[in-house]
Structure formats: structure tokens, C-alpha cells
Ligand binder design. Structure first.
Ligand SMILES: Cc1cc2nc3c(=O)[nH]c(=O)nc-3n(C[C@H](O)[C@H](O)[C@H](O)COP(=O)(O)OP(=O)(O)OC[C@H]3O[C@@H](n4cnc5c(N)ncnc54)[C@H](O)[C@@H]3O)c2cc1C
Length: 287
């Protein structure tokens, strides 16, 4: 099916895009890569009289290191670009690797990071990793910019902390210490992940684990018992002992996740996957 007719706008600046949206209100939607929006428009699940194509807005593009070492990824960066960017590969190899495996090549070259975050379809990869990395998003409205931590951004299925009239400008990740490594492992039998687990392990003093599971609930969830157990592990513990010390806590965290049976699998199966993927992600980032 074709989408219902709409007027296409192509603003050339952030201010122009925001002003257009303020003027057109609910009748308009932002369009980045269109990989989600166009499907919804064609299926007539969504209908807008105006579509604001933001691809020409320079403020939303580019990957750069800020003077304090913070990595700033423009909302328009595609998964493919992130996967192949030298700075991301050097600073966050686990995130670059994740981006290399999102969906399929057609979605990776068109789909943007801003798009996957704003659409908030729960079966996605990046949100889980960005929560584990303590990332934050920069949102812009006509009245200025604000920062929102990744972990507070997703409020539910297709629901975020972004106001309808705001644009997601960039995703920011603080500099990582030398002793910090991250990894993401996922599994699914459809095009999207059924479950994904992101681990960020820091051997700095104090030793710290950030462990998050995603896709099996509306928003990524923290595996808090495992994180607490990790802080008790001796810094010089043999690699083989680390998972043994965390296994029980991860299993308890997994059991406490309020997931449900759906086309991606039964609830028990998905909770089991959390433990398997947590072990794999952890082992991938242990020194
Ligand atoms: C077949 C298929 C398989 C997929 N598999 C996976 C997968 O395995 N893992 C995974 O993580 N993802 C997967 N995805 C999701 C994919 O990551 C997203 O489709 C893509 O990143 C969305 O980006 P986009 O630029 O195309 O968004 P668009 O379709 O352009 O926009 C999506 C929504 O976000 C809004 N929006 C976009 N950018 C902004 C912005 N900067 N500010 C404010 N609002 C904005 C739009 O208004 C729209 O509501 C899959 C998608 C498809 C279609």
C-alpha cells in the first residue's frame, strides 16, 4: 500500500526544523532514514499531513570527540556509519561491533541511531548498550536543549521522554577509562533481537560492572543483583571464577524480569537467554 498523501519539508537547520514542527504540530512527523516511519505510513498505522525530512540538518550529523573526551554521536548517524567510524571503534569497540550486526545491510545504511531511540520499538540493540554505558541524549526544542540519561529515555513501548516537538540531536558517552571494556550479545529468530545483554566491566578501583538486558521488556532493565555481586569479586580473581561468582545473581535478576510470552519466545525461555547472553557478554569483556 502507498502512504496517504503528505507535504514533504526539507529544513536546512535545526532552528528551521523545530520552527516547522512548532507550526505544524501533531500534523507533522520528523523523518530521518525512514526505515520505521515509511513502513508505518505505508501500512497506514500512522498518518501525517506533513513529513519533515531532517537529513539536511547539519547539527544532527557527525561523530566527534568533545574537548573533555566525551564522544558525541549525531542522531542522524546510521548504524553502518557508527560501525565503521574510527573514533567509535577505538573508544567503544563493543558498541561498534553491535552496530555492525543490527538488522540487515539495508536497514544499517539507512536507519539512524536517533531513529531507533525515538521510535522506541523495544526489540532493538543500541538502547541496551547505551544504558550500560551511562550514555545520555541531547534533546532540542524551540526553548533550548536538555540532557536526558539513556536509562530514563525509554518510558515504554513506543514511548520516550522526548516531547513530540523536540528533536534528538545527539547521543553522548563520557570518556572510558583504560580498564573499561564493553560487550553486547543478543539472540533472536526474527529480524530483531528477542533478548540482548550489554556488559561494561571496569577493572578500575573500585571494580565496577554495568549489566543491562534489553528487548524482553518495554525498556532495557538493569541486572542490579549481578552488579552488586561484581563489586565483591576480588580484582585479581581468575577469569574462570568471575562467572561462577555472578551466575546466581544473574539468574535471580533474570527471574525478576517481568517479561511475557510473545512471538519472540516464551517468558521462561527469554529469562534463560538472559543468563546465557550475560555470561557471553561478560566473558567477552573480561581482561
Ligand atoms: C526489518 C527491520 C529489522 C530491524 N532489526 C533491528 C535489529 O535487529 N536491531 C535494532 O536495533 N534495530 C532493528 N531495526 C530498527 C532500526 O534500527 C530502525 O528502523 C532505524 O534505526 C530507525 O532509524 P530511521 O532513521 O530509519 O528512523 P525513521 O523511520 O526515520 O524514524 C523513526 C521514528 O523516530 C522519529 N525520529 C527519527 N529521528 C529523530 C530525531 N533525530 N529526533 C526526533 N525524532 C526522530 C521519527 O519521527 C519516527 O517517529 C529494524 C528495522 C527494520 C525495518
Amino acid at each position: 500500500m502507498r502512504p496517504a498523501q503528505f507535504t514533504l519539508h526539507r529544513p536546512q537547520s535545526l532552528a528551521a526544523a523545530l520552527a516547522l514542527k512548532a507550526e505544524l504540530g501533531d500534523a507533522a512527523a520528523f523523518h530521518a532514514g525512514g526505515t520505521e516511519l515509511l513502513i508505518a505510513l505505508k501500512a497506514r498505522v500512522l498518518r501525517y499531513e506533513h513529513v519533515i525530512d531532517i537529513k539536511r540538518v547539519p547539527e544532527l550529523n557527525g561523530i566527534r570527540l568533545r574537548s573533555d573526551g566525551t564522544l558525541s554521536i549525531g542522531a542522524l548517524c546510521t548504524h553502518h556509519r557508527i560501525a565503521n567510524d574510527e573514533t567509535v571503534r577505538a573508544m567503544l569497540p563493543g558498541y561498534a561491533e553491535l552496530s555492525e550486526h543490527v538488522a540487515n545491510i539495508r536497514v544499517r545504511v539507512a536507519g539512524t541511531l536517533g531513529g531507533v531511540l525515538c521510535f522506541a520499538e523495544p526489540h532493538a540493540d543500541a538502547p541496551t548498550m547505551l544504558c550500560a554505558l551511562d550514555a545520555w541524549v541531547v534533546l532540542a526544542g524551540v526553548d533550548g536543549e536538555r540532557d536526558v540519561p539513556s536509562r530514563d529515555f525509554h518510558l515504554g513501548e513506543f514511548a520516550t521522554a522526548k516531547r513530540d516537538d523536540e528533536l534528538l540531536v545527539s547521543i553522548e558517552v563520557a570518556p572510558q577509562s583504560e580498564g573499561t571494556r564493553s560487550a553486547y550479545r543478543c539472540f533472536g529468530h526474527t529480524e530483531r533481537p528477542a533478548v540482548g545483554v550489554a556488559a561494561v566491566w571496569s577493572t578500575d578501583n573500585p571494580q565496577r560492572l554495568s549489566l543491562w538486558a534489553g528487548a524482553l521488556t518495554a525498556a532495557p532493565v538493569r541486572l542490579a543483583r549481578a552488579e552488586a555481586a561484581a563489586s565483591e569479586i576480588a580484582p585479581d580473581a581468575p577469569r574462570a571464577d568471575v562467572w561462577a561468582a555472578l551466575r546466581q545473581a544473574v539468574a535471580e535478576d533474570a527471574q525478576s524480569i517481568a517479561t511475557h510470552d510473545d512471538l519472540h519466545g516464551g517468558a521462561d525461555y527469554k529469562r534463560h537467554l538472559v543468563t546465557v547472553l550475560a555470561q557471553r557478554a561478560l566473558e567477552a569483556c573480561l581482561p
